[in-house]
Design a binder for this molecule. Structure first.
Ligand code: AMP
Length: 424
């Protein structure tokens, strides 16, 4: 499959070529022709699958054919959960649309609203926005929705997790009824189904990765360690592995700041990215990380969501995330776009319930290791993963379950996984 065979125009193909893409990713093969045909789409695809190009390429093409935009109006609206993600979508639009006469803007909270109002004055073809700020702009008459042809909800599950449901519903109620709706979400949850039920018209549902499964090119394992030894273990791992760039997740903002200081004490350059930091500081940290000026970026889950950092060698969960699905998102930062990556979770005894929740979601137990010199005093209890019953077993026979407990080992890959086997 090639990009030209997807029905994309010359100007867009040129931009793709200049970006260096040769082959479309599965999400692009599935989504681009459908979006070009004007249908509504619900796509379950994680970040890293190429979903941004999957919707921006056909969106740009469709808009290039339409009517010019009027003052304060917009023709396409992309809603994204965080400023970083909005900025990344903006980058993609700029890259893929560089040979098209279309305008775009990005608006998000936490910065002055006036420049954004000015930006909207002449009208903008594509507006990428976080929901709260978009509504602020609407209330101030800075943006008008009468010309909107397409709505994109990017990382919709995360927008719902972040409590944007009412804002999203409000925005949708303000848009013209006749429009194209596109929704991208890492998971296709019941909440997403409810949100789209009455508002999408016969949507085409596209799924690329198996639901809730982590990308296959990621090697993941857990290291058991006492809580108070985690910072030292992290420095040890960073010293003893030649990963170029490492993204580290902490549960709290304070924890992220503390870790940056501890790493500095060990001579390891890092910076933190989280909601307490100003937009300028977040942009700087991300730019330094991308430019390789710092080796480690410490982030809280929400701040890191959707960050597009290429070729990341390793992701380390310093704390296990509270919400199991965040584990999938966090490790999705590595092994991206076909490159291999490692995802390591530092797990202390008090996190066993979180570990168990993650394993249930993954459908497997994580391989466990202990690191010489960091063997925990409080070992993490063994978990028993039990796979949910398949919905439609081929034969009505009761399946036999074989469950082994997970053993602790100092070698990667040496512990058992509790895979359930069905005898035919
Ligand atoms: P996304 O899932 O949209 O965040 O994209 C993940 C990464 O894949 C980004 O760095 C894109 O630049 C890259 N990418 C998207 N489509 C392709 C493609 N067809 N070939 C190579 N890289 C791609």
């Amino acid at each position: 499959m090639s990009f030209p065979s997807l029905g994309l125009s010359k100007s867009i193909l040129r931009a793709i070529d200049e970006k260096g893409y040769t082959t479309p990713f599965p999400i692009q093969i599935k989504a681009i022709p459908v979006i070009l045909s004007g249908k509504d789409v619900i796509a379950a695809a994680q970040t890293g699958t190429g979903k941004t190009a999957g919707f921006t390429l056909p969106l740009l093409q469709r808009l290039a054919q339409g009517q010019p935009v009027k003052s304060n109006h917009i023709r396409a609206l992309v809603l994204a959960p965080t400023r970083e993600l909005a900025a990344q979508v903006g980058e993609s639009i700029a890259t893929y649309g560089k040979h098209l006469p279309l305008t775009f803007g990005i608006v998000y909270g936490g910065v002055k609203i006036n420049p954004q109002m000015m930006q909207l004055r002449g009208g903008i073809d594509i507006l990428v926005a976080t929901p709260g700020r978009l509504l602020d702009l609407f209330r101030q008459n800075a943006v008008k929705f009468g010309q909107v042809e397409t709505l994109v909800l990017d990382e919709a599950d995360r927008m719902l997790d972040m409590g944007f449901i009412e804002d999203i519903k409000k925005v949708m109620s303000l848009l013209p009824r006749k429009r194209q709706n596109l929704l991208f979400s890492a998971t296709y949850s019941n909440d997403i189904r409810t949100l789209t039920k009455n508002l999408f018209r016969n949507p085409v549902v596209i799924e690329v990765n198996p639901r809730n499964s982590a990308a296959k090119s990621i090697k993941q394992w857990a290291i058991e360690v006492d809580k108070n030894r985690k910072p030292a273990l992290l420095s040890h791992l960073l010293r003893n592995n030649n990963w170029e760039q490492v993204l580290v997740f902490t549960r709290t903002r304070k924890g992220a700041n503390r870790l940056v200081q501890q790493l500095a004490g060990d001579g390891i350059s890092s910076d933190a990215i989280h909601g307490d930091k100003s937009q300028g500081a977040r942009n700087r940290a991300l730019a330094d990380f991308k430019a390789n000026t710092i080796r480690v970026l410490v982030a809280t889950g929400i701040a890191s969501r959707g960050l597009d950092i290429n070729e990341l060698a390793a992701v380390i969960n310093f704390d296990l995330p509270q919400v199991a699905e965040d584990y999938i998102h966090s490790i999705g930062r590595t092994g991206r776009a076909g490159s291999k990556g490692v995802a390591i979770s530092l797990v202390s005894a008090d996190e066993v319930t979180l570990l168990s929740g993650i394993e249930t979601l993954l459908g497997q137990t994580l391989v466990r290791e202990v690191e010489n010199g960091y063997i925990p005093k409080h070992s993490v209890p063994l978990t028993r993963f039990v796979k949910a019953k398949p919905k439609k077993p081929k034969k009505p026979k009761k399946p036999q379950q074989k469950t082994t407990s997970n053993a602790v080992s100092t070698k990667a890959g040496a512990s058992h996984t509790n895979k359930r086997r069905y005898k035919k």
